[in-house]
Design a protein around this ligand. Structure first.
Ligand code: 16G
Length: 167
């Protein structure tokens, strides 16, 4: 129910109607050919992913109920995916056997920046986090993106650190 989205938008757009010819929907199996992988390349290194690999991964995600929610924005004229955000729900024992949610892989095509599409994606992701009964939602980002995400209610808490190992 998008009407519960906290955000207010300029220019009359809403999550239900994110712009002319634009539509929000879940990622679909056919999106391999609709520019989804090219879009992700604007976020990070995607590498070689064949159609078969994409379809396997898609099915694996689908087979995990109530876990992967991949939101995309489609240009309905071209059929191309021009924005996306992933919400992953992680089951927990803590907080009364609750769950946490993480926002991952947020990307809006560089041709569509400045149209509040990132805001729409994040508002929907936060709404969804609550709807799936997570007790919190978090994300990881580079320093220069902190200001961007803080506009949507994400707070860098004092003393909390995000750490990782890479190989
Ligand atoms: C950013 C993304 C993260 C993504 C990572 C890829 C958001 C909020 N954060 O941290 O989800 O997976 O970049 O970068 O979208 P990497 O390839 O260096 O891991």
């Amino acid at each position: 129910d998008y009407t519960k989205c906290k955000g207010s938008y300029k220019g009359g757009i809403t999550p239900e109607n994110p712009g002319e010819n634009l539509k929000i929907r879940p990622l679909a199996l056919g999106d391999y050919h609709n520019g989804y992988m090219e879009l992700l390349q604007q976020l990070t290194k995607v590498g070689e992913v064949t159609k078969a690999q994409f379809e396997d991964r898609f099915s694996q995600m689908k087979a995990c109920p109530d876990t992967y929610y991949i939101i995309v924005i489609e240009n309905q004229t071209t059929g191309q995916v021009i924005g996306s955000a992933t919400l992953v729900k992680e089951q927990k024992f803590i907080h009364g056997a609750s769950a946490r949610a993480r926002v991952e892989d947020v990307v809006v095509s560089d041709l569509y920046r400045g149209k509040q599409l990132g805001k729409i994606l994040l508002d929907v992701a936060v709404l969804l986090s609550k709807a799936v009964n997570s007790y919190k939602v978090s994300l990881e980002c580079k320093d220069h993106m902190v200001e961007f995400y803080s506009q949507f209610g994400f707070i860098r808490e004092e003393g909390q650190n995000f750490m990782q190992q890479r190989w």
